[in-house]
Design a protein around this ligand. Structure first.
Ligand code: PMP
Length: 369
């Protein structure tokens, strides 16, 4: 079996042991004579998975009793619409901190529902290269909520603090950095994340929501299935849940717990990012990271090489050496390395070694040497 090093941005690498467990259990789930894929979402075997995944999330992210966990479908993209549908009343406006492609899309959906105001946005040469500091945010104290993207998967930027939105509920798209570091859930009205990076495979979206806020949600003109309240009251089983992705998330969360939990993940993620950004800064004539140092993402590192031709060659040679998914998003170009939890420190060291060798082999000698 030849497994490559998978730096894909999402769907992305899963721990080998998690995949193996699914393979072993696929045909006969725990002696029941059928696959978990074939079990009813209302039966006991799946019911136990459903309960355990919520318990594990609560434990790993220290989710307080004030917040509930929902499993939804439609990806993070559906949450761009669910949030305003539920919380953006016709006479209100919501604040959006726009730090990249995903925030732009989220805000556009809100504008279909009612008013949305940009609390901050900055592009340099058409690119998002940093996140704002608190003092730069133009927040409306009467906003229905304030929306942020905690990690910008395409731009390679990440918030390293939680913005203070005062009494306005803070909503965060944490699709690409949930479980990568401890978070204070109590500061958020709602957190959502598509599962396909740190949580598991695609197909389920995890929503963590402050229960008391649900009581303020709109109902008029909102079909029942699009109300968070319906999902909460149905324990995410109001219709057939995506049982297999949820089961896979459960297995992956067990793995995170075995590794020492979210703090251990954070320590590893810091180590990986230091190794990679360290290599970039050591070879400044060859590698450049356009992202401002204080905004750099620990999950997705983006960088450039001297020419697009060299970037193409880098992608091809990395692939030949078993390292896949390193090509930057088409909207920004360059290279992007996604280092989610399942990417071990050793994998990043292998990449860094390759980067050093590649730079050495392809650097032009200085003009006067
Ligand atoms: N938000 C962020 C930060 C993302 O990285 C992505 C996908 N990569 C999305 C939203 C969209 O997610 P989905 O495809 O699950 O709708």
């Amino acid at each position: 079996m030849a497994r490559v090093i998978n730096f894909n941005p999402g769907p992305s690498a899963l721990p080998l042991s998690v995949l193996q467990q699914m393979q072993e259990e696929l045909l006969d789930y725990q002696g029941t004579g059928m696959s978990i894929l074939e079990h009813s979402h209302r039966g006991q075997p799946y019911g136990e998975v459903h309960t355990e995944v919520k318990e594990l999330l609560r434990e790993l992210l220290t989710i307080p009793a004030s917040h509930e966990i929902l499993f939804m479908t439609g990806g993070a993209t559906s949450q761009f619409a669910f949030v305003p549908l539920n919380f953006l009343h016709a006479d209100r406006s919501a604040d959006y901190i726009v730090t990249g492609t995903w925030s732009v899309k989220a805000m556009a959906e809100a504008k279909i529902v009612a008013e949305a105001q940009c609390a901050w946005e900055e592009k340099q040469d058409g690119k998002y290269l940093r996140v704002p500091v608190q003092s730069e945010l133009k927040l409306d104290p009467n906003a229905a909520y304030c929306h942020m993207t905690s990690n910008n998967t395409v731009a390679g930027t990440q918030f390293h603090y939680v913005p203070d939105s005062g009494s306005v509920p803070l909503v965060a798209d944490m699709s690409s950095d949930i479980l990568s570091r401890p978070i204070d859930v109590s500061k958020f009205g709602l957190i959502y994340a598509g599962a396909q990076k740190n949580l598991g495979p695609s197909g389920v979206t995890v929503v963590i929501i402050r229960k008391s806020w649900i009581d303020e949600a709109k109902t008029e003109g909102v079909p029942k299935i699009f109300r968070y309240k319906t999902i909460l009251e149905g324990d995410s089983l109001q219709n057939t849940a995506p049982t297999f992705p949820i089961y896979a998330v459960r297995n992956n969360l067990r793995w995170v717990k075995e590794q020492g939990g979210v703090s251990a993940m954070e320590a590893q993620n810091k180590h990986k990012a230091e190794a990679l950004y360290g290599c970039i800064s050591e070879i400044p004539n060859f590698y450049t990271c356009p992202v401002e140092a204080s905004s750099r993402s620990l999950m997705n590192a983006v960088f450039r090489l001297p020419t697009e031709a060299l970037e193409k060659q880098f992608v091809a040679e990395a692939s030949a050496q078993g390292m896949h998914g390193v090509k930057g998003h088409r909207s920004v170009g360059g290279i992007r390395i996604s280092m989610y939890n399942a990417i071990g420190v050793d994998k990043v060291h292998t990449l860094v070694k390759f980067m050093r060798e590649f730079a050495k082999a392809n650097s032009r000698p200085a003009a006067n040497s």
